[in-house]
Structure formats: C-alpha cells, structure tokens
Ligand binder design. Structure first.
Ligand code: SAH
Length: 291
C-alpha cells in the first residue's frame, strides 16, 4: 500500500517536473521583447532638437560632457524611460558659432555619451536629411534607417574599399528588429541612409549614393552608428526629409525653407517612437508577425 502511494507520488512529481520543463522551454517563456529603460537621442543641430527638448521638458545636464567639448546634454523621464538628448553644440574651434554638423563631432559626442551612460538600451539618431525621389521620398516624410554607409570616403586600394564605404546593417541588432517594427507600426518609410561631410553633392557622390542604395542622405548617421558599434549598442536612425537630393531645387535653399517644418515633424515623430520603444521594448524578429 505504502509502495503504491509512493509510486503515485513520484508519478505526480514527474508530471509536474515535465510540465514545468515544457513550459520553461516553450515559445511562451522565451522573451520576444527586451525592455528599454535608457535611451539616448543624438541630434546634430539645436534647431532640430529644441522643440523635442521643450516638449519633453528635459533639463540641461551641465557637466555631462568634458568641459573642453562643445556638446550639450539634456535629460529627463518619459514614461518609464530616462531620455538623454545630446546635441553637437556650436563651433568654437573655427569661431563661426554655427552648429557642429558632420561626422567628426557626431562620432565623438556619441562615443562620450555612451561611455558616460553604459546602461543605454538604444541610441536614436534623429535629424533632417535629403531624400531620394527615386526611392519614394517626399518633403516631410519620416524614414527609419535600415542601414548606413558613407559616400565620400573613396579609398581605391582593394582592402580599404569596404572600410571607406563603412556599411552597417542597422535593421537588426542580434535577434531584434526595431527598425521594421517601428516603420510598420507607425507607418514610416524604410531605407538606407548615406552619409557624407557635404550638404551638397558631386557627380562622384551621386554614383556612390546610388551604389549604397540610399533612400536618404545626411551628414552624421554612419559616424554615429560606428560609435554605437564600438559599444555594441543598438542604433536607430530616424530622419525627416527637408530636401529632395535628385530634385530640381538647390539643396541649401530647400533645406532652409523646410528646416522649421521638418523639426516640428520630428517633434511629433520622436515622442511616438519613444512611446513605442519605452512601452513595447525592442522586438525579436520571429515575434514581429504576432504584434
Ligand atoms: N545652413 C544649414 C546647415 C545645415 S547642414 C544651417 O545651419 O541651418 C545640414 C544638416 O542637416 C546636417 O546635420 C545633415 O545631417 C542634415 N541634412 C539635411 N539635408 C541634407 C542633405 N541633403 N545632405 C546632407 N545632409 C543633410
């Protein structure tokens, strides 16, 4: 009698053990999203960043960057997230006082910010860009960046060619696919961002931008993604179109005419992206269709 009960008990234990093992290894217990708590938003120009900083009521963190750099940081909560906006500040080296646009300040500011905030879950590079009509870009469109590459780093020595182009796939980070999920959920366009240190372009640039399969063109994204790669931090590019690269108007005229409107459009897009990321987290590729 005693041996019969023991047998029943052990079968019951075995059942509980097997069931709990099955549940633990089953699809339901494997996390499909990763929570996001700390976000850095890298924005090159103050005019682009100001409406967003105001909207989130972020506060200037005076000692965030080394005192000999021109960079600025603003921080505050947004839902369950802590958001840090970094801007590249104004040029003091050449004493022009304009915004420090381009790859050098962008890579350095990003590196220093990631060094200062090692718990960063994702870095968003938000800003204006030129858009390619041949890729369906229109003024005011928001693009989520699937990849970055340079179009002005021509080094015609075989081993150096891929380094110069500096292509990085930003559509996924390991198993996580934030770019596609966001574009799908928020109805933004997807495409490659080509980066160079000029606002205008040469015919040579045209060839390389085509080869990069670019949908948008900027002066920072590839440099920022490079610094993110050094820290293995997920990079998300969010670009609003101020001018059409393959259109008929000179870039600088179109850029200046649309900068204010695009910055406002960014101010609408960024909180939407943050709400999604801070609420849903970053999503695993195989879980996308279940969202
Ligand atoms: N005269 C302008 C200069 C801005 S430089 C001013 O001070 O108001 C352009 C900035 O906008 C860069 O940060 C770049 O990333 C982005 N940008 C917008 N359109 C661009 C384009 N067609 N090509 C390259 N960068 C572009």
């Amino acid at each position: 009698m005693i041996s019969f009960s023991l047998q029943r008990l052990s079968i019951a234990f075995l059942f509980v053990f097997v069931t709990s093992f099955a549940l633990n290894t089953g699809a339901t217990s494997i996390p499909k999203t990763m929570p996001v708590k700390n976000v850095i938003v890298a924005i090159a120009m103050e005019a682009e960043a100001a409406p967003f900083i105001q909207h989130l009521q972020l506060k200037l963190v005076a000692d965030f960057f080394p005192s000999n750099t021109p960079f600025q940081a603003y921080q505050g909560p947004h839902g369950d997230c802590t958001v840090t906006v970094i801007t590249n500040g104004k040029d003091t080296v050449h004493e022009t006082g304009v915004d420090n646009v381009g790859t050098v300040p962008a890579a350095l500011a990003t590196f220093l910010a990631l060094q200062k905030l090692p718990d960063t879950d994702i870095l968003i590079n938000a800003g204006t860009c030129g858009g390619f009509r041949r890729k369906g870009a229109e003024i005011g469109n928001v693009f989520v960046v699937t990849g970055v590459a340079h179009h002005d780093r021509r080094i015609p020595i075989p081993d150096y060619v891929p380094y110069g182009i500096g292509k990085l796939d930003t559509s996924r980070h390991g198993d996580f696919t934030t770019a596609e999920v966001l574009a799908l959920e928020l109805e933004y366009k997807l495409g490659v961002c080509t980066t160079g240190n000029s606002l205008d372009k040469t015919e040579e640039d045209d060839k390389h931008m085509l080869a990069n399969d670019a949908a948008v063109k900027d002066m920072e994204a590839a440099a920022i993604a490079w610094s993110c790669k050094l820290f293995d931090t997920p990079f998300l590019g969010l670009k609003v179109v101020t001018d059409i690269v393959d259109g008929e108007h000179p870039t600088q005229d179109e850029f200046l005419a649309n900068l204010l409107a695009a910055s406002q459009s960014l101010q609408v897009a960024l909180p939407r992206v943050l709400d999604h990321i801070c609420h849903v987290g970053v999503v695993k590729e195989q879980a996308m269709e279940e969202l």
